[in-house]
Design a binder for this molecule. Sequence first.
Ligand code: 5GP
Ligand code: ZN
Length: 113
Amino acid sequence: MSCIFCRIIAGEIPAKIIHKDDELIVIEDINPVAPLHLLLIPKKHIATVLDLSESDDKLVGRIYRLAADLARKYGVAENGFRIVANTNADAGQTVFHIHFHLLAGRAMGWPPG
Ligand code: 5GP
Ligand code: ZN
């Protein structure tokens, strides 16, 4: 298995695990770009947002609601946070197993670089 996130989900590669359930895992990003930088990752291997199917609709909804719960838990809900799913080259996607960055803890620029 070559996908790094599948290997983390399988327990083959260590990660700082914040949350785990039957469908999702949340880990700390190894190279944080904000004071809070979590990755919300479905256990199912889906390469990019372009590969989502109708049967994944509930899963994506769950990811957003979990991100909101985590933002509240980490005390960043009021100040604000960003949920980002980089897709393909122009967006800078480097791991081709979908994941949602939860970024918070500092003011962020817009538009993103
Ligand atoms: P992307 O660039 O695809 O949007 O995001 C991939 C993210 O995964 C990057 O922020 C990168 O730091 C993170 N990452 C890559 N490899 C690992 C790893 O082995 N462990 C953890 N915790 N994060 C990783
Ligand atoms: Zn994978």
